[in-house]
Design a protein around this ligand. Structure first.
Ligand code: DX5
Ligand code: ZN
Length: 214
């Protein structure tokens, strides 16, 4: 059964606790928190304080996706704020193995993210250092975009690279009941969904529809 990680990027930022509650009641496995710096991606969202404040409102694991330049500068702060998973982009960090080790040494699960155009060649050399691989299925920065179909074969390739290891394969961007079926079929374990959950009239129903998509 795939896990569902609703992205609070699509929630009402003025009522974030309500958004988290909605995701929780819908049966979210993780709460996906999109941190953007206006440099690595054109958009700006929130920082460690949001994670610290959300931590007090829920016991669902916080899946923190850092879309920021040189994320190693902020790993300790996000860990101290209560992140469970911290994912960093391969494209944003010069010494990525060191940054992944730092995430683990802070007591968090370490995630490595690849943009749609980034080949997964480096992955076999980093698999000992990751607990999760996150494949972007859109260019990061905004919710509500369409999935880029060329990423589907990459999901399969990365699934094979991971093999029997206890590394989760997460996908992010353009997840709908239709694409969820393709992504799960290609080997994804965790589906991030923003607009498909928070834009739905019934978010709980939407989470169920994504989970059961075949
Ligand atoms: C995009 C973010 C996603 C975003 C997905 O940069 O990383 O997590 O919330 O939104 P949807 O599901 O609407 O494509
Ligand atoms: Zn994300």
């Amino acid at each position: 059964m795939v896990k569902i990680a609703p992205s609070i990027l699509s929630a009402d930022f003025a009522r974030m606790e309500a958004g988290v509650r909605l995701a929780e009641e819908a049966g979210a496995d993780y709460i996906h928190c999109d941190v953007m710096d206006g440099r690595f991606v054109p958009n700006i969202t929130f920082g460690p304080k949001m994670i610290r404040d959300l931590r007090r409102t829920t016991s669902v694991p916080l899946d923190v996706h850092l879309m920021i330049e040189e994320p190693s500068r902020y790993i300790e702060e996000f860990a101290a704020a209560g992140a469970d998973i911290i994912s960093i982009h391969l494209e944003a960090e010069r010494h990525v193995q060191r940054a992944l080790s730092l995430i683990r040494s802070c007591g968090c699960r370490a995630g490595l993210v690849l943009n749609p155009g980034t080949p997964p060649d480096a992955l076999p050399f980093l698999l000992d250092d990751v607990d999760l691989v996150l494949l972007m299925t859109v260019n990061p920065g905004f919710g509500g975009q369409k999935l880029i179909p060329a990423v589907l074969p990459k999901v399969r390739i990365v699934r094979d690279m991971i093999g029997p290891r206890a590394v989760e394969l997460e996908v992010d961007g353009g997840v709908t009941p239709k694409t969820a079926a393709l992504l799960a079929g290609a080997g994804a374990d965790v589906l991030v969904a923003g607009s498909a959950v928070f834009g739905a009239p019934d978010p709980a129903q939407a989470v169920l529809a994504l989970r059961e998509a075949q």
